[in-house]
Design a protein around this ligand. Structure first.
Ligand code: NAP
Length: 247
């Protein structure tokens, strides 16, 4: 994959899937803008790790729910690099509860963190990328956005919305050579899934045809493909990375 001279902004990239995406893309020669929200030490460690391997990385702190801060981040990148080649909307949260017990506020909070933020990212990226007639955006959705899940009506709505939104952006970006795609990971081993009880994880694994949980690196590989020119005729697509759990 040829990424020379390109850069990428990855949200929520200091740990878990986001960090693997950053390391993988830096390994392909991209300059990676690592967005983090809360832990400068972990973000700094990741930056150093990438630089020690000969990669290029920059840190950019903001909360994706904060529109002004997100817009400022785009400005900082444009002022420093004069372009943005790629964006990965990866930051996301869960706040699980059966719908009957879920407060409206708990529904809205997840939508704000996962969907509103991705909208801001896609819109700003489209503005920049349209002008340069080049760009690719990958949104990290979820298998839950495709098929729903008990206890996750808020998360499912945010990720299902992300899939539909990406397809709409794909139509709007296509005339200017800007592509928008989604990845829908299944059950990936990260901090997000570590909180689940072992018996819950085991019950999931029983239903996964490939017989194991996924690794963050396996999501990162799919991201690299969808950003790269190897997928130049793919837009509005939803790429499942779920071990066959949902086909
Ligand atoms: P994770 O381990 O919980 O990490 C989430 C990352 O997002 C963290 O770096 C976190 O930063 C960041 N983040 C959360 N809210 C943010 C905000 N408001 N502003 C900026 N950053 C924020 O999650 P993960 O498993 O790596 O998941 C990454 C993405 O994949 C998410 O969108 C998730 O929905 C999706 N996904 C994951 C799985 C899975 O099985 N793990 C499956 C399907 C989809 P802090 O360190 O500041 O908290």
């Amino acid at each position: 994959m040829n990424f020379s001279g390109k850069n990428v902004l990855i949200t929520g990239a200091s740990r878990s899937i986001g960090a693997e995406i950053a390391k993988n893309l830096a390994g392909f020669g991209l300059k990676v803008w690592i967005n983090y929200r809360s832990n400068p030490e972990i973000a700094d460690k990741l930056k150093k790790e990438i630089e020690d391997e000969g990669g290029k990385a920059a840190l950019i702190k903001f909360d994706v729910r904060d529109e002004e801060a997100f817009l400022d981040a785009f400005k900082v990148i444009q002022e420093s690099d004069e372009k943005l080649s790629y964006l990965v909307n990866n930051a996301g949260i869960t706040n699980d509860k059966l719908a009957l017990r879920m407060k409206t506020e708990e529904f809205i909070n997840v939508i704000e963190a996962n969907l509103k933020s991705a909208f801001i990212g896609c819109r700003e990226a489209l503005k920049i990328m349209s002008k340069q007639r080049f760009g690719s955006v990958v949104n990290i959705a979820s298998i839950v956005g495709e098929r729903g899940n008990p206890g996750q009506s808020n998360y499912a709505a945010s990720k299902g919305g992300m899939i539909a939104m990406s397809k709409s952006f794909a139509y709007e970006g296509a005339p200017r050579n800007v592509r928008f795609n989604c990845i829908t990971p299944g059950f990936i081993q990260t901090d997000m899934t570590d909180v689940l009880k072992d018996e819950v994880k085991e019950s999931y694994v029983k239903n996964i045809p490939l017989g194991r949980l996924g690794e963050a690196k396996e999501v990162a590989n799919a991201v690299a493909f969808l950003l790269s020119d190897n997928s130049s005729y793919i837009t509005g697509e939803v790429l499942k990375v779920n071990g066959g759990l949902y086909m």
